[in-house]
Design a protein around this ligand. Structure first.
Ligand SMILES: C[S@@+](CC[C@H](N)C(=O)[O-])C[C@H]1O[C@@H](n2cnc3c(N)ncnc32)[C@H](O)[C@@H]1O
Length: 348
């Protein structure tokens, strides 16, 4: 018997709608509620099997949308916690099964279902994420449950780029509050395009369908226009910049700041929910910290947020020179592209 008084109450309100019960690590892998709710609405059906349910972060939302949910978990403690968490939400339409989702014993307990979902466990340490290392493995699940349904959905590590997903499925890169959060794979009738990028909470989506022009034009520039834009990371990870540019009301070009920062630039003030940050370029000059400091003083800045590829050992040295004796009220964002500095203001 589990003593629930010994269990951690998850308190991160932003991530979970209510406090959930968890063991030591369950809450780290549990799905944030805006993602769980979105996924459950997309996968709404009569009977769904969540075959690696953990502490039930996702199961709860499936149970809100579906008539019956089968929740499978190999770890008996986690399964009992998932049961308790479903009770917290007043849900009584979940059938809990303890065991290995790929074992005959478990598979035999699951009837024909509309959808099989799995958010598999990942190896604790891995130099580079590898889709074949997930537990239970995707190919194994597709084989083991092929008699139950043809419609599958999986969550896999969002670090994987599209070319490293070796399946015929929709790859949905999802961001939450401007940060890359999840990669969902949809199989069978659930597949609605090849690759998509979706930003939560707004649910704005960019898709690439079969037959879309592979070579949509993208212009690259080394010269910043009046504005710089930071696209949502889901668009970049999904490699959907050409489709995104087609969606914008005004022309924008690609402006590579450095290896880590890919931005757009335009002379137009563009609004789009999948632009994470927008900046007005105030001034461009050579990247000489003492000179930039003079310019910042002249323009009434008090702080500088440095967005540049700089060796960690040099960061504070440069930052201190940039901010020396600044007394103004305004905040500058400073980008470094090669030898040039762009003093900007955030206008998001
Ligand atoms: C990433 S967690 C799932 C988190 C869950 N989606 C949530 O939102 O709370 C993956 C879970 O898969 C379970 N698991 C791993 N291998 C399994 C297997 N062969 N059968 C069933 N569950 C398994 C692990 O114990 C772990 O709890």
């Amino acid at each position: 018997m589990i003593n629930f008084n010994d269990l951690i109450h998850v308190t991160k309100k932003k991530i979970f709608e209510k406090q959930l019960f968890s063991d030591d690590d369950g809450f780290r892998f549990a799905t944030p509620w805006p993602v769980a709710e979105y996924r459950a609405k997309r996968l709404k059906c009569s009977i769904l099997a969540d075959i690696s349910c953990g502490i039930g972060g996702q199961t709860i939302y499936f149970a809100k949308e579906c008539e019956v949910v089968y929740a499978v978990e190999i770890n008996p403690v986690k399964l009992e916690i998932a049961r308790k968490n479903c009770q917290l939400f007043g849900l009584d339409n979940v059938k809990f099964i303890c065991g290995d989702a790929l074992s005959k014993n478990v598979i035999d307990q699951i009837p024909e279902v509309d959808i099989v979902f799995s958010d598999p466990a990942r190896p604790a340490t891995e130099e580079e994420r590898n889709i074949s290392k997930l537990i239970p493995d995707i190919a194994g699940v597709l084989r083991a449950y092929s008699q139950k349904t043809e419609d599958f959905a999986f969550e896999v590590p969002p670090q994987l780029p599209p070319h490293r997903i070796p399946f015929d499925c929709e790859m949905e890169y999802l961001s939450l509050n401007g940060e890359l959060n999840r990669l969902n794979l949809y199989f069978g009738n659930l597949k609605s395009c090849i690759v998509s990028a979706l930003a939560l909470p707004g649910q704005i989506k960019i898709c690439k369908k079969n037959g879309d022009d592979e070579k949509a034009t993208m212009n690259y520039t080394n010269k910043a226009g009046t504005y710089l834009y930071e696209p949502d990371p889901a668009i970049i990870k999904a490699e959907l910049l050409p489709e995104f540019l087609k969606n914008l009301t005004s022309k924008a070009d690609i402006f590579h700041i450095d290896h880590k920062r890919l931005m757009l630039t335009s002379n137009h003030n563009i609004k789009h929910s999948m632009i994470k940050n927008s900046y007005r370029v105030v001034h461009c000059m050579r990247f000489i910290p003492q000179e930039i400091n003079k310019e910042l003083k002249k323009r009434g800045y008090g702080t500088v947020l440095l967005r540049a590829e700089i060796a960690p050992s040099m960061y504070w040295n440069i930052r201190n020179k940039l901010e020396k004796n600044l007394k103004g009220e305004k905040k500058a964002i400073l980008f470094k592209k090669g030898e040039l500095a762009y003093i900007c203001e955030n206008i998001s």
